[in-house]
Design a protein around this ligand. Sequence first.
Ligand SMILES: Cc1cc2nc3c(=O)[nH]c(=O)nc-3n(C[C@H](O)[C@H](O)[C@H](O)COP(=O)(O)OP(=O)(O)OC[C@H]3O[C@@H](n4cnc5c(N)ncnc54)[C@H](O)[C@@H]3O)c2cc1C
Length: 310
Amino acid sequence: MIDQLYRKAVLTVAGQKTIENIVRARGWGVAQRFVAGESIQTALNAVKELEKDGVLANLDLLGEFIDSPEKCTAFADNVLNLMDAAHAQGIRPYVSVKLSSVGQGKTVEGGDLGLTNARRIVGRAKQYGGFVCLDMEDHPRVDITLAQLRTLIGEFGREHVGSVLQSYLYRSEADRAALDDLHPNLRIVKGAYLEPETVAMPVKADVDAGYRKLVYAHMKAGNYVNVATHDESIIRDVQHFVLANGISKDTFEFQMLYGIRRDLQKNLAAQGYRVRAYIPYGRDWYPYFSRRIAERPANVMFVLRGMVKG
Ligand SMILES: Cc1cc2nc3c(=O)[nH]c(=O)nc-3n(C[C@H](O)[C@H](O)[C@H](O)COP(=O)(O)OP(=O)(O)OC[C@H]3O[C@@H](n4cnc5c(N)ncnc54)[C@H](O)[C@@H]3O)c2cc1C
């Protein structure tokens, strides 16, 4: 409960334009803990750094809720540029995309622009043997995102596209079961948005219990699972679960965010687990950065100290 109140307070304050302007002007120094620079090359350099620790990468060009169709298509072009650059430097492109940033919900020439652009992105990933994860955003987008996932898996195959379920949503258990015929590659997360209690569990213990349930159910159904959390007690339980159920290390991976628990990422990779870090980059870092701050009270102090130092 306190966690939800804290998240709500931080995201509400962060959403105010004056606060955003101050943090955008003075906060880049601290944002760099969570964001790997503003250019494609800084992101690819971060991939190469992580490789040294045996950690794989998931690249994310930041940008969400983009307004005009032209900007959405330009954003999709930038994701294609990212994949081209990664491929040219010998990196198999694994990217995450928020469908709101490429036009989901905007109808153009009778079709959904988000789906049209997602087709271009997943098609390019397939060409390079890569993978695209459709990030999950706030709850009004869940139905359309899962429907578009179904379409894209049908057209390109589950080896090249997957998505995310959030354990704080009451609906996620049913959503997971309804996707089982596709055997999709799913990332399981707790959920990062400010959601009403009518759709999302307000008590952290319930979100954590729901998280374990989703991971175990998806593994038991024989699917590839991305266990995306920094929660060590969940990670330990998943390690026991896979041992007890004879689940191979090739059928799941741990995922964490760039700049968070690097020690744990390295340690799990050294134990032979597949580990992938989510590497966000780009100029539109503010909303992503706000959600990271809202996850942990200590992060607010980190930001304030960093901004005072300048
Ligand atoms: C790879 C990846 C992809 C994600 N994709 C999505 C998505 O598509 N949609 C979505 O809604 N959410 C997404 N998230 C965010 C997720 O929903 C959570 O908000 C976030 O992961 C924090 O929850 P947790 O599972 O780490 O557990 P928590 O219980 O929140 O945290 C466990 C521990 O992790 C550490 N920790 C957690 N967050 C931070 C932080 N910000 N700074 C420092 N330490 C921290 C702390 O030690 C904390 O005690 C993603 C997360 C990851 C790791």
